[in-house]
Design a protein around this ligand. Structure first.
Ligand code: PMP
Length: 367
C-alpha cells in the first residue's frame, strides 16, 4: 500500500534546531537562545499569571488591547498591526502569503534559521546570500534578486551575527528592489538599538512603502519568549493577508495580558537595555583579551555576541562548546549554518557573564 507522501518541498526542510536547554536537576547557565536573562517585567509576570482567569473562554481573536498599546507606544495605527504566536508565525505566514512554488526568497546565509524553512514551507526556493565580514551586504542581496524573487528577509540587528546595517543601507536596499518584492525587516532585537541615530527599525519605512513590513517580538528584551507573542506592522494589504491566514486565536489570553503589561512598563525595558549593554561590553572585552589565542568577537548590537575561534588545533569552537557544556554553560554552536568556527554567546546576568568568562579563560589555559 502506498504511504502518504509529504510534499517534496516539505521533505527538503532541514528542521529548526533550537538552542539547548539544561538537564533537569542540573544547574545550567543558558546562553543559547538570546533570551533576556532578567526575565519579564515583574508587572508583566503578574499580568501573565492573572491572565488565565477564564480558561474556558477563547482569547480575544484580534488582540485588540495589545494592538492598541503597541500602537500608542510606537505611534502607529492599530489597524496596521497584527499579533502572532511569536514573530516566527508572522515571518512564516508572510512567505506563505507572498511566495509559492517556482518563486524565490532571498535571505542572508548567516541569518535566522526560520527564513529558509518559511520559504520551503511555502514551496518557494530560499536563496542564501554571503555576508561581508558577518554583516549583511546590500549589493550582494540586490545581486541575488531575480525575476522570480517575491520576498527578501533582512534581520536588523541580525541573528546570529549581532551586526546591524545603518538606515541609509536599508533604504538603499529598498530602493534597489522592484516594488512587487516584499521587504521583510525583522526587528526582533530593535529595542537593543533604541536611541541609536542611524538605526532603522523598519517602522518609518513600513508606514510609507506598501512593500515593506516589519516584525517585532516579545521574546527578546521583553523577556516573554515562553509566552509566544510577536507583531507585525505594515500596509493594510499586507496586514490583511496575515489576518486571512493566521490562526484565529493565535495569541493566548495569558500571552496577551503579559504582553500588554510588558509594553506599559518601558522602565523595565530601559533597565534591561542598560544591563545588557554593560554585560555585553564586559563579554566583548573578555573575548578581545583572548585575541592572542585566535578568538575574535564580532561587534554586536544585540543581546548576544558571535565569537570566532581557531579553525584547527585544540581550541576550536566545537571544543569550546563541549568544554562549556560540561560546566553547565550552554551557548550556541551553529555548524549547520556554516558557522562551525564560531559560538553565539548570549549576554547573561552579571554573575552568569562572570562564570562564562572564567570558563572561557580556563579553556585557553588562562587564569
Ligand atoms: N527573528 C530573529 C532574528 C530571531 O532571532 C528570532 C528568535 N530567535 C525571531 C525572529 C523569532 O522570535 P519569536 O518567534 O520568539 O518572536
Amino acid at each position: 500500500m502506498p504511504a502518504p507522501q509529504m510534499k517534496p518541498w516539505i521533505a527538503e526542510i532541514a528542521p529548526y534546531v533550537p538552542g539547548r536547554s539544561g538537564e533537569a536537576g542540573k544547574r545550567t547557565i543558558k546562553l543559547s537562545s538570546n533570551e533576556n536573562p532578567l526575565g519579564p517585567s515583574p508587572k508583566a509576570l503578574e499580568a501573565l499569571r492573572a491572565g488565565t482567569v477564564d480558561p474556558h473562554r477563547y482569547p480575544d481573536a484580534a488582540s485588540h488591547e495589545l494592538r492598541e498599546v503597541i500602537a500608542e507606544t510606537h505611534d502607529l495605527e492599530a489597524d496596521r498591526v497584527v499579533c502572532g504566536t511569536g514573530s516566527d508565525e508572522l515571518l512564516q505566514l508572510l512567505a506563505q502569503a507572498y511566495a509559492g512554488p517556482g518563486d524565490e526568497i532571498v535571505h542572508m546565509r548567516y541569518g535566522f534559521m526560520v527564513y529558509p524553512i518559511a520559504a520551503r514551507r511555502a514551496g518557494a526556493v530560499p536563496v542564501a546570500v554571503e555576508d561581508e565580514d558577518y554583516t549583511a551586504d546590500v549589493d550582494a542581496i540586490l545581486g541575488a534578486v531575480t525575476d522570480k524573487t517575491k520576498l527578501v528577509y533582512l534581520a536588523n540587528p541580525n541573528n546570529p551575527t549581532g551586526t546591524v546595517i545603518p538606515r541609509n543601507e536599508v533604504e538603499r536596499l529598498h530602493t534597489g528592489l522592484r516594488p512587487d518584492i516584499l521587504l521583510v525587516l525583522d526587528a526582533a532585537y530593535a529595542e537593543y538599538q533604541a536611541g541609536e541615530a542611524d538605526y532603522e527599525d523598519g517602522i518609518a519605512m513600513a508606514r510609507v512603502h506598501p512593500n515593506v513590513v516589519t516584525t517585532r517580538t516579545f521574546s527578546k528584551i521583553y523577556g516573554l519568549a515562553g509566552a509566544r507573542v510577536g507583531w507585525a506592522y505594515g500596509h493594510p494589504d499586507v496586514i490583511g493577508a496575515l489576518n486571512r491566514i493566521r490562526g484565529p486565536f493565535n495569541v493566548t489570553s495569558e500571552a496577551q495580558a503579559g504582553a500588554i503589561a510588558a509594553v506599559r512598563d518601558q522602565d523595565w525595558v530601559e533597565h534591561c537595555r542598560t544591563e545588557n549593554r554593560r554585560e555585553r561590553g564586559r563579554l566583548e572585552e573578555a573575548l578581545a583579551a583572548l585575541g592572542n589565542h585566535g578568538v575574535r568577537a564580532v561587534p554586536s548590537a544585540a543581546n548576544f555576541v558571535l565569537a570566532t575561534f581557531p579553525e584547527t588545533g585544540d581550541h576550536t569552537a566545537e571544543a569550546a562548546n563541549a568544554f562549556l557544556s560540561e560546566r553547565g554553560i550552554l551557548v550556541r554552536w551553529l555548524p549547520q549554518m556554516g558557522l562551525g568556527h564560531a559560538l553565539r554567546i548570549g549576554v547573561g546576568t552579571t554573575e552568569e557573564t562572570g562564570e562564562l568568562i572564567e570558563a572561557l579563560r580556563a579553556f585557553f589555559g588562562e587564569g
